[in-house]
Structures are given as structure tokens and as C-alpha cells.
Design a protein around this ligand. Structure first.
Ligand code: URA
Length: 209
């Protein structure tokens, strides 16, 4: 069964408070999302494998660790997921970046993919799918389906804020995908917004309305 990890690091929680604040403007909001994405990337990469190498220091030769070269892929769900990519790349610059775009079918209300571009070696990579908000879970579930359909085997999902409803549906749909969040909020409202949440993440990142 999928595990849910809440990153309760004080720096993440502090910055998240200002991200939530409706008086935080676009520039600062974008910077804060970028910083929190970096901090979350630090936490989510804790299990990366290391290998031992010899390093010659000015004093002696020593055994030391370097990353064992696991191939990573970051996949933002368009559009709001884009706001988390640069922050993550600061810590894992060798990661490749795929993109998944989804729209909601006006009749079925189900998310439908309109754009998917992934690294060609999809079967060999571990993926982190990112979206600031896990609300109903529909987009995350469909984006992960899109990756699996193309051969991805090892997937994590990371967001800033999740609603319990979305977490439950995502766990049910993809029990092999662990979920990493900065905060688990109270609920969804009748319009599908997370309460208390932060409003519309895409609009706040890009200054649209
Ligand atoms: N998407 C958002 O941007 N905000 C929400 O509260 C829910 C979905």
C-alpha cells in the first residue's frame, strides 16, 4: 500500500505559511514555491543509493561516497507543476524533465491527456510527478496512468498541499506510488478547492485569474 509522508521540516512549514497567505504577491509566491520545492527535493532524495569511491584529499587518500547514478525524472503536471521544477533541479540537476498536460472533459468531468513528453529511457528512470495541489486526485491519477502506460515502473508523487479525499483516491488507484506532501489539509469545498489551501496554485504562480 502507498505510504504518505508529510515533510514537517520547520523551513518547509514556515515558507508554506507565506505561500498560503492571500496577501503574498505573485513574485514572492513563485520564489517561495521554488524554495519549498528545493527543500522537498532534499527530503524526497534521502533514499538515493550511494557508492564508495577513493578521493585524494590534500592530506591522504580516503574512501568517500558519491551518488550511484540512479536516473531520475521530474514530471510536472501542467500548468502549476511547472512552478516546482526549477527548485528541484537546483538539487538534482542531472534529472530529466518530462511533461504531462491534462484537461477536464466538460461532459464526463474526467481528466484527459492532451500532451505527454517523457525522456526516451522511461523504463530505466525513477520518476517524481509534481503538482502543487492534490485536490480530487483526478489529475494525479491520470498523469501517473500516462507514465505507467509508457513503461514507467518506479513513481513517487509530490505536492505542497493535499486534501484527504485526493490522498485516498490516489492511494487506491496507484497503491505502488508513495505520496510526499508538505501539508495535509482539512477537506475539499464544493468548488473543488482545498480548504484552507492556498487558492488556485496556477493563477497565483502566473498572476492570472
Ligand atoms: N487546484 C488548485 O490550484 N487549488 C486547489 O485548491 C485545488 C486544486
Amino acid at each position: 500500500m502507498a505510504k504518505v509522508y508529510v515533510f514537517d521540516h520547520p523551513l518547509i512549514q514556515h515558507k508554506l505559511t507565506y505561500i498560503r497567505d492571500k496577501n503574498t504577491g505573485t513574485k514572492e509566491f513563485r520564489e517561495l514555491v521554488d524554495e519549498v520545492a528545493s527543500l522537498m527535493a532534499f527530503e524526497i532524495t534521502r533514499d538515493l543509493p550511494l557508492e564508495e569511491v577513493d578521493v585524494e584529499t590534500p592530506v591522504s587518500v580516503s574512501k568517500s561516497n558519491v551518488l550511484a547514478g540512479k536516473k531520475l525524472g521530474i514530471v510536472p503536471i501542467l500548468r502549476a507543476g511547472l512552478g516546482m521544477v526549477e527548485g528541484m533541479l537546483k538539487l538534482i540537476p542531472a534529472a530529466k524533465v518530462g511533461h504531462v498536460g491534462l484537461y477536464r472533459d466538460p461532459e464526463t468531468l474526467q481528466p484527459v491527456e492532451y500532451y505527454v513528453k517523457l525522456p526516451s529511457d522511461v523504463e530505466e528512470r525513477d520518476f517524481i510527478v509534481v503538482d502543487p495541489m492534490l485536490a480530487t486526485g483526478g489529475s494525479a491519477i491520470e498523469a501517473i496512468h500516462s507514465l505507467k502506460k509508457r513503461g514507467a515502473k518506479n513513481i513517487k508523487f509530490m505536492c505542497l498541499i493535499a486534501a484527504p479525499e485526493g490522498v485516498e483516491l490516489l492511494k487506491e488507484a496507484h497503491p505502488d506510488v508513495d505520496i510526499y506532501i508538505a501539508a495535509l489539509d482539512e477537506k475539499l469545498n464544493e468548488k473543488g478547492y482545498i480548504v484552507p489551501g492556498l487558492g488556485d496554485a496556477g493563477d497565483r504562480l502566473y498572476g492570472t485569474k
